[in-house]
Design a protein around this ligand. Structure first.
Ligand code: SF4
Length: 459
C-alpha cells in the first residue's frame, strides 16, 4: 500500500495552482487596469440583486522575515510608515465606497498581511472606525484578523474586539524549536497560548490556528508533537498548509537549506498523520487543508454543500462580492478579478493620482465560469454533479469536458476519483491529490513549461 502511495506521489507531485480562484492569478493581465476596474464596479452596481459585501484589507508590514513566507510583505522596523499607509488606505476607501450601494451589508471582512497587528491598538481603532463610516456592518458579520503572537499585546486584542472583530487567525506553523530556527520564526509556545487565552477571555467566537507542513527539519514525529499541542489548545479551526517552495518567485526562500526540506514521501506521511490525528480528535476534514470542529460554521457549510473557496482559503459566504483594499489586494465580483499594485510606490502613486491602484485583472469568459464552478465544487464538496452542471450552464458535460474526462481516466484508474454517468466523486485517497483532480478541468495548464515556473508542488 505504502509503495503504491509513493509511486502516486512521484506521478502526481507536479506544479499546480491551489485554486483560490479560477482562473488562477498568473492568468490575470496588465490589459485590465484601473479604468476597467472602475467600469466593472459601475456595471456590477447595475445588478438589481443587492448582494452582500466582503472586504479584504492588506496590511503588508512585518517586523522580521520568515524564510518560508509566500505573502506580499515589507519587512521594516520603521513603524512610522504605517500612518502613511493608513492615509492611502482611507483614500482608496474614499474612491470605492461612494460607488457602492450604501444598502449593501458588509457580511465578511478579513484583515491579512503581512501582519495586521503590526498596527498599534490606536491605528486598529482608527482604521476600523473609518471603515464603519462607509460600510454597513451586518450584525452577524464575520470580522476576522490574522495575528502574530510574537508582537501581540492584550491591548491589540481589546482594540479589535471593541471594533467587533469576532474571529482570529493565529500563525503558529510549527512548535518545534529546530524547525522554527530553520525558518527564522522563533515563537515560544507560551506566547501562543497566552494569545489564545486572551482571545477567549475577550470573547472572540472563533479561533483558527495556521500550521505548515513541509518545512525544513520537520519529521512525522516532530509534527505529530506539534499536533498534540494544538489539539490540547482546541481551536475551532485548524489550517494545515502545504509549504509552497517557490524560490524562483520568492528569492528569500533560498535561505532555507534545500537538503533540510522533507521529501514528498515524508510530506505525505505528515499529511496523513495530520488527517488521522485531527479527525480522531473530533475535527472534520473540510477540504484540501482545513479542519474544523463539527459545530463550526465551516463544518456545517461542508455538510450542507454551501462551502466556498476564496483567496483566504475556505469560506461560508458564497454570495458576497469581494473588494480588496491595500497593496496587492485582490477583488472578485461577478466575472471580474482585479489585483492592486504589488509595490508601495506604485500603490501610492495611483491612489495619490485619484485612481484605483489596479495592476492586473481579468474578465471571465463563459468558458471560465463553467470551469470555475466545476473546480470549486470539487475543491469544496469533493464531488461534482454533472447533471447540475448541464442544467446550470446548458451544456453537454461529456462533450464540453471531453479532454478533462479523458484526463480523469488515469486518475480514476489510480483510485483518486470515481466517475459515474452522473457524478465525479473524490475518494479518500483522492483528497491528497485534490489539486491534481481540479487541474484536469483547467484550460490554462496546457503548457507544462509555463506551469513549472508559476506554481508550487501539488504534493
Ligand atoms: S509574519 Fe507572516 S507575512 Fe510576515 S514574513 Fe512571516 S509569514 Fe510572512
Amino acid at each position: 500500500m505504502e509503495k503504491s502511495l509513493f509511486s502516486l506521489i512521484r506521478k502526481y507531485g507536479i506544479s499546480g495552482p491551489r485554486y483560490t480562484s479560477y482562473p488562477p492569478a498568473p492568468v490575470f493581465s496588465k490589459d485590465f487596469g484601473a479604468v476597467e476596474y472602475k467600469d466593472a464596479i459601475v456595471q456590477a452596481e447595475k445588478n438589481p440583486e443587492n448582494v452582500d459585501l466582503s472586504l479584504y484589507v492588506h496590511i503588508p508590514f512585518c517586523d522580521t522575515l520568515c524564510y518560508f513566507c509566500g505573502c506580499t510583505t515589507i519587512i521594516t522596523h520603521n513603524r512610522t510608515q504605517i500612518d502613511l499607509y493608513l492615509q492611502y488606505l482611507k483614500k482608496e476607501i474614499d474612491l470605492l465606497a461612494p460607488m457602492l450601494n450604501q444598502q449593501r451589508k458588509l457580511v465578511q471582512m478579513h484583515w491579512g498581511g503581512g501582519t495586521p497587528t503590526y498596527l498599534s491598538p490606536r491605528q486598529i481603532d482608527e482604521l476600523s472606525k473609518y471603515m464603519r463610516r462607509f460600510f454597513h456592518v451586518d450584525q452577524h458579520a464575520e470580522l476576522s484578523v490574522e495575528v502574530d503572537p510574537r508582537e501581540l499585546t492584550y491591548d491589540h486584542l481589546c482594540a479589535l474586539r471593541q471594533n467587533r472583530f469576532n474571529r482570529i487567525s493565529i500563525g503558529v506553523q510549527d512548535f518545534n524549536l529546530k524547525v522554527q530556527h530553520a525558518v527564522n520564526r522563533e515563537q515560544n509556545e507560551l506566547i501562543t497560548r497566552q494569545a489564545i487565552d486572551w482571545s477567549r477571555t475577550l470573547g472572540f467566537t472563533s479561533i483558527n490556528i495556521d500550521l505548515i507542513y513541509g518545512l525544513p527539519l520537520q519529521t512525522v514525529q516532530s509534527f505529530s508533537e506539534t499536533l498534540d499541542k494544538i489539539i490540547d489548545i482546541s481551536p475551532a479551526r485548524i489550517a494545515v498548509y502545504n509549504f509552497a517552495y517557490v524560490p524562483w518567485m520568492k528569492k528569500h526562500q533560498k535561505l532555507i537549506r534545500i537538503e533540510d526540506i522533507p521529501s514528498p514521501e515524508t510530506k505525505v506521511k505528515i499529511l496523513m498523520t495530520t488527517i488521522e490525528k485531527l479527525t480522531d480528535a473530533g475535527y472534520m476534514y473540510i477540504g484540501m487543508d482545513h479542519f474544523a470542529k463539527p459545530d463550526d460554521e465551516l463544518a456545517i457549510a461542508r455538510r450542507t454543500d454551501s462551502l466556498h473557496r476564496n483567496f483566504q482559503g475556505y469560506s461560508t459566504k458564497a454570495n458576497a462580492d469581494l473588494y480588496g483594499l491595500g497593496m496587492s489586494a485582490i477583488s472578485h465580483f461577478g466575472t471580474t478579478y482585479a489585483q492592486n499594485a504589488k509595490t508601495l510606490s506604485e500603490y501610492y502613486e495611483a491612489i495619490a493620482g485619484g485612481t484605483f491602484a489596479t495592476h492586473v485583472g481579468y474578465r471571465m469568459t463563459s468558458d471560465d465560469e463553467v470551469r470555475k464552478f466545476v473546480i470549486m465544487r470539487l475543491m469544496c464538496n469533493l464531488s461534482l454533479n454533472k447533471i447540475e452542471v448541464e442544467g446550470r450552464f446548458g451544456i453537454n458535460f461529456e462533450e464540453f469536458f471531453a479532454d478533462s474526462v479523458a484526463n480523469l481516466e488515469s486518475l480514476s484508474e489510480d483510485g483518486l476519483v470515481i466517475s459515474t454517468p452522473t457524478h465525479v466523486i473524490v475518494t479518500s485517497l483522492g483528497r491528497l491529490f485534490l489539486r491534481n483532480i481540479a487541474m484536469c478541468f483547467d484550460k490554462y495548464l496546457s503548457s507544462g513549461a509555463r506551469r513549472q515556473h508559476l506554481y508550487s508542488q501539488t504534493v
